[in-house]
Design a protein around this ligand. Structure first.
Ligand code: HEC
Length: 189
C-alpha cells in the first residue's frame, strides 16, 4: 500500500470515528433532559481495575461523570496531581472571589456545557462532595452568574487560587491554608 493510500484510509477512518462520536454524545447545549449513559459504553471510566462498577447516572451527575470525573473521581477524591473536591470545595463559596474562581478554573470555564448546565453541575457537585462546608445561606449558582464569571479568564490559576484561599483565611472561614495543600506537595497551596 502506498503512503498516500494509507493516509487516505486513515482520514476516512478518523472522519468516520468523529461522526459516530458526535452522534452518540448528547449536544452540550441541548437542555437538561437527555438520556442516561449505558455504563457498558464507557468502560474506561466506569469499570476500573479494582472492579468498581458505578451506577447509571443522569442530569448534572452525568455531566460531572462525562466532564470532570476523569480527574476528580466519582467520590470527589481527585487523582493526586489535582486538587481534592471532597470536604473542601464548598469553602470557596464563602466569598464572592471564591464563587467566581470555581467557575473560572480552566476545565470548568472551558467545559463543553451551556451556562445553565454548568450551573446545575456545580450546584450538584457542591452538595454532593462538600455539603457540610457550604454557608448556611448558600445561594445556588444561576445561569447568569456562571455566564458572567465565564467572561473572565484567569492569568495564573495557581496565583489566583492562593489569593482566594488567603481571602478565606482573612475572613475566618478557614483557620489555615494548610487545608488546601496539594497531595503531591504539602508545602504548596
Ligand atoms: C484534565 C483534568 C481535569 C478535568 C477534566 C477537570 N478538572 Fe477541575 N481541576 C483540575 C486541575 C489540575 C485543577 C487545579 C487548577 C488548575 O491547575 O487548573 C482543578 C481545579 C478545580 C477546582 C478548584 C479546586 C481547588 O481546590 O482549587 C474545581 C472546583 C474544579 N476543578 C472542578 C471541576 C469540574 C466541575 C470539572 C468538570 C466540568 C473539572 N473540574 C474538570 C483538573 C481537571
Amino acid at each position: 500500500m502506498t503512503r498516500s493510500m494509507a493516509s487516505a484510509l486513515l482520514a476516512i477512518f478518523f472522519s468516520g470515528a468523529a461522526i459516530s462520536a458526535s452522534e452518540s454524545l448528547p449536544s452540550a447545549d441541548a437542555g437538561t433532559a437527555h438520556e442516561s449513559v449505558d455504563p457498558a459504553s464507557v468502560p474506561d471510566v466506569l469499570v476500573r481495575r479494582n472492579g468498581t462498577v458505578l451506577p447509571r447516572v443522569s442530569g448534572a451527575a452525568e455531566d460531572y461523570a462525562r466532564h470532570c470525573q476523569g480527574c476528580h473521581g466519582h467520590l470527589g477524591d481527585s487523582v493526586v496531581e489535582v486538587p481534592r473536591l471532597k470536604g473542601r470545595v464548598g469553602l470557596f463559596t464563602h466569598s464572592a472571589e471564591g464563587r467566581a474562581y470555581i467557575v473560572q478554573v480552566p476545565n470548568v470555564l472551558q467545559a463543553h456545557l451551556s451556562d445553565a448546565r454548568l450551573a446545575a453541575l456545580l450546584n450538584w457537585m457542591l452538595r454532593e462532595y462538600s455539603g457540610a462546608e457550604l454557608p448556611g445561606a448558600f445561594m445556588p449558582y444561576t445561569e447568569a452568574e456562571v455566564a458572567l464569571a465565564r467572561t473572565h479568564r484567569l492569568g495564573s490559576v495557581i496565583d489566583r487560587r492562593r489569593e482566594v484561599i488567603d481571602g478565606l483565611v482573612r475572613l475566618g472561614v478557614v483557620t489555615s491554608p494548610e487545608l488546601f495543600t496539594f497531595a503531591t506537595d504539602p508545602a504548596r497551596y
